[in-house]
Design a binder for this molecule. Structure first.
Ligand code: TRP
Length: 331
């Protein structure tokens, strides 16, 4: 039986956090054998807010190396850079003609980003979800693993697929979002009722995948908790609950086991244990990422073969779309 298609992408901006690791990267790794996966580094989305060109280029490569270091197998899935496959921009153009200005203007993330970058509300920012729909629909993806903040964008992709199919005849698979729970569970270390974010201004709020051991341990030591010194996951203890979730995500133990292990122990000891288990997991990933970044040739070949594989799939959909909308394709 044919494998179902999964599509996801990540922007090469900001520093990835342990929330991204647990919520996104780890899920990609577990899905890569079961599904036919396309994983992109969304550099075209990234430039909808201002980027330093040299830094964008560097982060793109670092992100590719990181995904490989985390266990993404380029033989099992297509790992590629979005701008290497021009069909994304081409399909986005067609989908633009099916997207109403009003619906794009109503997208939550567009409104948030417009408020945040009031001096640069560009067309690309507004078009971001349409480009994302093009990403997904090009590959006829069945499932789109994303964080909860991207659900509205996947819903727009569904609407556009349905609209196109209705107007021009059956062409696109209507995708389903797969909302990843793991990452959503990891909160800020400084404001544990908020999600841990790679764009948080307070560097102590997030543990980055690039943090060294001392930094990881220090950040956990400073994590905001409460004063009753009891290591239990309870609704009125968001700080400790978050640390327990992180501990479980990185050690593989269950909540009950973790609560039992730290029964009667103080917060100092518990925070140190969380820091250690996270640092122990990150160390080999960081070492492998560093090794890969020194292998520039290998990385660039891996990304080109990923792009070729993506292009072969994308081209099929795009030529079908061009035919359906009435573009002259020769006799
Ligand atoms: N917008 C997504 C994010 O910031 C990244 C992304 C771009 C994406 N294209 C996609 C995710 C297609 C899923 C499918 O997280």
């Amino acid at each position: 039986m044919e494998k179902k298609i999964v599509y996801s992408a990540v922007q090469p901006t900001g520093n990835l956090t342990i929330g991204n690791y647990v919520g996104a990267i780890r899920n990609w790794v577990t899905m890569q054998n079961e599904y036919d996966c396309f994983f992109a580094i969304a550099d075209m989305h990234a430039i909808t807010v201002r980027q330093e060109p040299a830094e964008l280029r560097r982060r793109t490569l670092e992100l590719a190396a990181l995904y490989l270091a985390c266990g993404i197998d380029p033989a099992a899935c297509a790992l590629y850079v979005q701008s290497h496959v021009s069909a994304h921009a081409e399909l986005a153009w067609v989908l633009n003609t099916l997207t109403y200005v009003g619906e794009a203007a109503r997208m939550t993330q567009f409104k948030d980003k417009s408020a945040k970058h009031a001096d640069n509300i560009n067309m690309g920012l507004m078009d971001y979800p349409v480009l994302m729909a093009a990403d997904i629909l090009l590959y006829q993806a069945e499932y789109v693993p994303v964080g909860a903040d991207q659900k509205q964008h996947v819903e727009l992709s569904r609407d556009l697929a349905i609209r196109f199919n209705h107007r021009y005849g059956e062409t696109f698979k209507v995708p389903e979002p797969l909302i990843m729970k793991g990452g959503a569970k990891i909160a800020s270390l400084q404001e544990p009722t908020k999600k841990m974010s790679k764009s948080d201004e307070n560097p102590n709020a997030s543990v980055y995948l690039s943090d060294d051991r001392d930094t990881v341990i220090r950040k956990f030591k400073r994590a905001v908790t409460d004063s009753d010194n009891c290591v239990r996951a309870l609704p009125d203890k968001p700080g400790i609950t978050n640390l327990l979730n992180i501990y479980c995500a990185f050690s593989g133990s269950s909540l009950e086991e973790a609560e039992k292990a730290f029964e009667g122990k103080g917060y100092g000891e518990f925070k140190l244990a969380v820091g250690e288990v996270v640092a122990d997991k990150l160390a080999p990933v960081q070492a492998e990422q560093k090794r890969l970044l020194a292998e520039k040739q290998f990385l660039s070949e891996t990304l080109s073969s990923g792009a070729e594989r993506a292009f072969r799939a994308a081209r099929k959909t795009l030529s079908k779309v061009y035919r359906k909308v009435g573009f002259y394709r020769g006799e």
